[in-house]
Ligand binder design. Structure first.
Ligand code: C2E
Ligand code: MG
Ligand code: MG
Ligand code: MG
Length: 281
């Protein structure tokens, strides 16, 4: 008895645990500062039509230029931003930055290209996302057809009714809705019952299996058949090899995204690369 409580007490005052707490608070205040000072930058990764390899959209992926830690990838700070609620402020910055970028590309003379934005569940709970998009589009004079939204199942799970209503209003404006990471625990069939999605992005764990075993191909083929029957297009995520492109073309997968096609790059590089790609076809 005495031993157990002693152990528990030790656990409670565990200096390592205290260190973790302190570090987390530090990073939370770092994140707050970063939002205030604008330390975030958007990268963009093209998505192409399988048949022609033309770029049909680019996905906005956030990076944090940390003053001492260097460039941080989203997996290093998005979970913390969600946990602390700072994702709401960060999400507003991202939507504004993307709309500003679309307007800048237009001023530079590039033809319009849709940009897809990743949105997490907490943003829908604490912010009227429909109003947020309406305002950002207006502020930068951007057409709704230029913007797409990527969602995972967790977005719909939190408050299915209200979130679905909000998304319906966003969809009605002309903004396309995409299911992200389809086939993982975060995005399943139940999501497709709640809303009319336009595009289904199959998770890279499925793409990775293509050509490795028959199972990968069978699953992919079934997902494509289902999506087409429901009037959705299909994107394969995480395409890294030529053999995958050939298989996906055979399976009638509409669009591709991944390192084989193009890696995420900053705004200046991505549009000039897209133009060169279009010119070389
Ligand atoms: P996601 O939306 O599923 O984005 C795809 C991730 O896969 C990106 O990682 C991308 O760089 C990476 N990727 C692309 N092609 C390949 C490939 O061929 N192979 C492999 N192994 N990976 C590939 P990233 O940029 O680190 O983003 C990770 C996740 O963070 C995203 O997953 C998304 O859920 C989240 N995220 C990124 N940007 C934002 C944002 O602006 N807002 C929110 N709420 N979440 C974001
Ligand atoms: Mg995504
Ligand atoms: Mg994804
Ligand atoms: Mg993901």
């Amino acid at each position: 008895e005495v031993k157990t409580s002693g152990k528990n007490r030790y656990k409670f005052f565990d200096p390592a645990f205290y260190g973790v707490l302190q570090q987390r608070q530090l990073r939370e205040s770092d994140l707050r500062t970063a939002i205030r000072d604008g330390q975030f930058v958007m990268y963009y990764q093209p998505r192409v039509r399988t048949a022609t390899m033309e770029v049909c959209s680019v996905e906005a992926l956030v990076r944090w230029n940390h003053p001492t830690a260097g460039t941080l990838q989203p997996d290093a700070f998005i979970p913390l931003a969600e946990e602390t609620g700072l994702i709401v402020a960060l999400g507003e910055l991202i939507v504004d930055a993307v709309c500003a970028q679309i307007a800048a590309w237009r001023r530079e003379g590039y033809p319009p290209l849709p940009v897809s934005i990743n949105v997490s569940s907490r943003q829908f709970n604490e912010r009227d996302m429909h109003a947020l998009f309406v305002q950002a589009l207006q502020r930068h004079d951007v057409a709704p057809e230029c913007v797409e939204i990527e969602l995972t199942e967790s977005t719909m799970l939190h408050d299915p009714g209200r979130t679905a209503q909000n998304l319906q209003a966003i969809h009605a404006m002309g903004i396309k809705l995409l299911v992200d990471d389809f086939g993982t625990g975060y995005s399943s069939l139940s999501m497709l019952q709640q809303l009319d999605f336009d595009i289904l992005k199959v998770d890279k764990s499925f793409t990775r299996r293509l050509g490795v075993d028959r199972q990968g191909e069978i699953l992919f083929s079934a997902i494509i058949t289902m999506a087409h029957a429901l009037g959705m297009k299909v994107v394969a995520e995480g395409v890294e090899r030529r053999e995958q492109v050939e298989l996906l073309a055979r399976l009638q997968c509409d669009e591709l995204q991944g390192y084989y096609v193009a890696r995420p790059a900053d705004a200046a590089r991505v549009r000039s690369d897209c133009m060169q790609r279009a010119a070389s076809l």
